[in-house]
Write a protein that binds this ligand. Sequence first.
Ligand SMILES: [Zn+2]
Length: 461
Amino acid sequence: MRAISLRPMTRTLALAALAALPLSSPASAHDLERERLLQAQAEALEDAVAWDILEDLTTEVGPRLGGTPAEARARAWATERLTALGFANVRVEDYRMPTWVRGEEKARLTGPYPQDLALTALGNSGSTGPAGLTAEVVGYVDYAAFLADDPANQAGRIVFISNAMPRNQDGSGYSMPFGAPRWVGPNEAAKRGAAAIVVRSIGTDHNRTPHTGNTSFEEGVDPIPAAALAVPDAEQLMRVLERAETAVRMELLLTPRRLGMQPSGNVIAEVPGRDPSAKKVLVGCHLDSWDNAPGVFDDGAGCAIVAAAAKRVMDMGTPARTIEIVWFGAEEVGLWGARDFAERHDGTDYHVVAESDFGADRVWKVTTDLGEHRRAEADALRAALAPLGIASGDYDQAGGADVGPLRAEGAPGLSLRQDGTRYFDLHHTANDTLDKVDPAQLRQNVAAWTTMLLVMAGPVE
Ligand SMILES: [Zn+2]
């Protein structure tokens, strides 16, 4: 049995818990550990640190697109805040990355039913030039219909591809085939000689707030102008195409620019563990955001949650393992921070890696991918999370874009899955703002991550 030494604050709490136990059942170390866990959860459900980080970052820095001076301001802000919170070894690992910035964006149907449409350029979109371009629109209900058509019908035209993303809790609608028009549509349309492409936003809302997001073009393919229509505007365009008896023509103005290689970086901080040779626990998020909103759900919340949880553990004592907090740079525009991090660090140095990047709503399920030999640890985590209303999920599954490259190098992973029911109403839109956050659900996230750290990096002494 391991001796437990507590810091004064937690000792008082544990003693209070002890006093509550009946005299006939002396507390075992296990009982004490459980009491400490429940106490830590109760305190985390009152957390104020995450909200402060989220409000301050998204107010004082605002939007912070990868590779831009705004992202550099975010790194400076992050370094200062993580230091002020008391973390150790706060530092930036710099890298350079190709940078794209938005310009003007406008679309108007010139005939047969003239009207404006709400849209926004996709990351890596080409430019129409300042004069814009006007061409006939050819529309498809989905990506498969676009692929099936003769490229001769698409050359020189503005291709429109719809899709219908379903709403669901686990966010699985944000995947193929619904994401295909955005992810691979522009590249394919460019290869087929299209003048430009507009797609229905990958989103579940019906607001006139288009959802931006990255697209990519193969080496050797010249980027064409590529944009996402707001969902109601995509539906409107579909109706126009169905009714029009003459060609539907669109005037499109998109003037993004490429700035070449620009500086970006990952911000890293630590809670040093008692055993420097032990494998570390990495908790991550991404510091960058799209440029059209202050990036509250995506992903200021994730950075606030993981840092607040790590601070709670640090304030309880010293964990057995070092906790590494990584606020990754330039995720949205191509995972540049994640790739740089995986080049410098070795996935096999980690006991587990996990990231928070799915908004600010409550954690509802835990999944792990620790390997069969760590089943007991995976079960201990599930038992610890259960009081927070978190269900047990798969034992061979963990996600996360930023930890993906580390996972590919062999790092074990886990996911604290957040409720994504309304995530894609806000995702990558101008509506990703602070007023959408439910403070109680944000605090439940902090409690879940604190619990995870106590189990995976503990015991705390
Ligand atoms: Zn994100």
